[in-house]
Design a protein. Structure first.
Length: 242
C-alpha cells in the first residue's frame, strides 16, 4: 500500500520527506510533482481547500504512477499534513495534533441569527471523520493530541473570531487551510484520510514574532518518522469505524 501525503507548500513537503529514508524519486502528475521515498508520495498542493482538493484529486486519479519500470501499488491512505495554528494552551507551540474530525469551519451562510453550516442549509457536508483506530495509533506513536481540526479559508486574526470559532466548534484544537479539501478528494476516491498538524502559532491576533515555524517543521519531521510504520502498515480494508 502507498501513502499520499499532501502539504500546502514545499517547506512542509520537505519537512515530511526528511522523515523517510532511502533515495528520493520525483514523479510528475498533472499540476504537481510527487516526491517519493519508499511507500510515501509527498506533494505540495497549494494553500487553501480548493488547491488542496484539486492536487489531491489529480494525484489519486494518477493511480500512484512510477517513472520506473516497476509498477506502483494504489494509494490506501491520504494524509493532509503541515503546520497550523492552535487554540492554546490546550495545544502549545511545537506540539502535534492528529485530527479526529476534519471540519469545514466557514462553509455555510451568515444569517441574522449567526453562522449556519452548510449541513443546516440542507445540503453538502462539513465534517469528515478519519478512521478512529488509525487516529489512536498515530497519536500513541507520536505523542500527539487528538481532536477536531478546523479548515478555514481565511486565517483567524482576532480574538473575536477565535471566540466565535470555539463557540461554534467546542473542543477544536487547531485550524489550518487544507484538511477539508484533501478529505473531500479522498472521500470521492473512497480512500481513508488523516490530518496531522504541528503547531506553529496560536490562533488569534496575529503576532508573527511569536510564531515558531522552524520548531513546528522540526516537529512535523519527527512525527512522520515515528508514525511511518503505522501509516505504511495501515490496512484500508479494516473496520474504519473501529
Amino acid at each position: 500500500m502507498r501513502v499520499l501525503v499532501v502539504t500546502a507548500v514545499p517547506v512542509e513537503r520537505d519537512a515530511v520527506t526528511r522523515a523517510f529514508g532511502g533515495a528520493e524519486e520525483r514523479v510528475a502528475v498533472p499540476g504537481a510533482e510527487l516526491h517519493r521515498r519508499g511507500a510515501f508520495d509527498v506533494l505540495a498542493g497549494g494553500a487553501g481547500p480548493a488547491a488542496a482538493a484539486a492536487a489531491t484529486a489529480f494525484a489519486l486519479a494518477s493511480g500512484a504512477p512510477s517513472s520506473r519500470a516497476s509498477a506502483s501499488a494504489p494509494y490506501g491512505l491520504v494524509v493532509s499534513a503541515g503546520i497550523g495554528g492552535a487554540f492554546t494552551p490546550v495545544t502549545p507551540l511545537g506540539s502535534l495534533i492528529v485530527a479526529d474530525g476534519i471540519v469545514a469551519a466557514d462553509l455555510g451562510a451568515e444569517t441574522a441569527d449567526g453562522f449556519l453550516p452548510v449541513t443546516a442549509l440542507g445540503f453538502g457536508r462539513d465534517r469528515f471523520t478519519p478512521p478512529p483506530a488509525l487516529v489512536r495509533e498515530v497519536a500513541a506513536a507520536t505523542g500527539a493530541a487528538a481532536g477536531p481540526v478546523l479548515t478555514v479559508s481565511t486565517v483567524t486574526g482576532s480574538a473575536e473570531r477565535t471566540g466565535a470559532l470555539l463557540a461554534a466548534h467546542p473542543g477544536a484544537l487547531a485550524e489550518a487551510m487544507e484538511g477539508f479539501g484533501v478529505a473531500e478528494a479522498a472521500a470521492r476516491a473512497d480512500v481513508p484520510v488523516l490530518e496531522v498538524r504541528a503547531v506553529s502559532n496560536a490562533v488569534g491576533p496575529r503576532d508573527r514574532d511569536a510564531w515558531r515555524i522552524g520548531d513546528a517543521l522540526a516537529a512535523l519531521t519527527d512525527a512522520f518518522g515515528k508514525a511511518a510504520p503505522v501509516l505504511e502498515g495501515w490496512n484500508s480494508h479494516e473496520d474504519l469505524e473501529g
